[in-house]
Write a protein that binds this ligand. Structure first.
Ligand code: PEP
Length: 249
């Protein structure tokens, strides 16, 4: 049984007022208790969100982490610091981190390891560019991104990872993968995970991300291998994000 997870990645957006608004709305909302919901605000808002979300089903997540435990890394935040603020999930390998901050597969791996070592849950983001899809290299690209990380984890660590399939061409573009396109890649990832461990493959959660919104969420989330969503733009409006959470079947 895979517990659905809806995670909202605010990126470099939001405000203290938005944190309060989410705390208020989700404190009053009537949501299924058999799902998990997380908000990943920019790190300066974590302390306020920890308080504002206390009496809500919202868990906290972070958008990135430095793999080192501490030291002279100006501007960076460690996994233990995130943990002190009640963070549960941490993104690794988001396509914006890969492209804008040049985080390669090795950089993604050490972040996943740092998050796991702290007892937190990494959300490993994978996805192909439009050129890779057009060249018929979608599965090869995505599975190689999974392999780089999973080969270096032990069996126990692998069970604690969440994978988000986010086609790069669908992130922030308004262009969503069709439910069939997304399901095909999710099924390929799950089939690949069987090579490590059949039990882990059947329980590991696979999220879809890429212009998921209230209008298309139900259809995407109804696919057999889609266990939730990683939401960017639509997580900034409380009504939209609530509607996505409510469309979990
Ligand atoms: C994301 O940033 O992970 C994302 C999926 O963004 P959007 O929903 O805006 O496409």
């Amino acid at each position: 049984m895979r517990v659905p997870l809806i995670a909202g990645n605010w990126k470099m957006n939001g405000s203290l007022a938005l944190v309060e608004q989410f705390g208020q709305a989700f404190g009053e909302a009537n949501l299924s208790s058999s799902m998990e919901i997380a908000i990943l605000p920019p790190s300066p808002y974590l302390a306020a969100a920890q308080t504002a979300f206390e009496k809500t089903p919202l868990r906290l997540g972070a958008q990135t982490v430095n793999p080192e435990p501490s030291g002279a890394y100006t501007g960076e935040v460690s996994a233990s610091m995130l943990s002190e603020f009640g963070v549960h999930y941490v993104l690794a390998g988001h396509s914006e981190r890969r492209s804008l901050y040049h985080e390669d597969d090795k950089a993604v791996l050490v972040r996943v390891q740092a998050v796991l070592n702290e007892g937190l849950t990494p959300i490993l983001c994978v996805g192909e560019t439009l050129a890779e899809r057009d060249e018929g290299r979608t599965e090869a690209t995505v599975l190689s991104q999974v392999k780089t990380v999973f080969d270096m984890l032990n069996a126990q660590q692998r069970q604690h990872v969440v994978i988000a399939y986010e086609p790069v061409w669908a992130i922030g573009t308004g262009r969503t993968a069709t439910p069939e396109q997304a399901q095909t890649v999710h099924a390929a990832i799950r089939a690949y995970l069987v090579e490590y461990d059949k039990q882990m493959a059947s329980t590991l959660r696979l999220l879809y991300g890429g212009s998921m919104k209230r209008e298309n969420a139900a259809e995407l989330l109804a696919q057999p291998d889609i266990d939730g969503g990683l939401i960017g733009g639509a997580s900034l409006k409380v009504d939209d994000f609530l509607a996505i959470c409510q469309s979990v079947g």
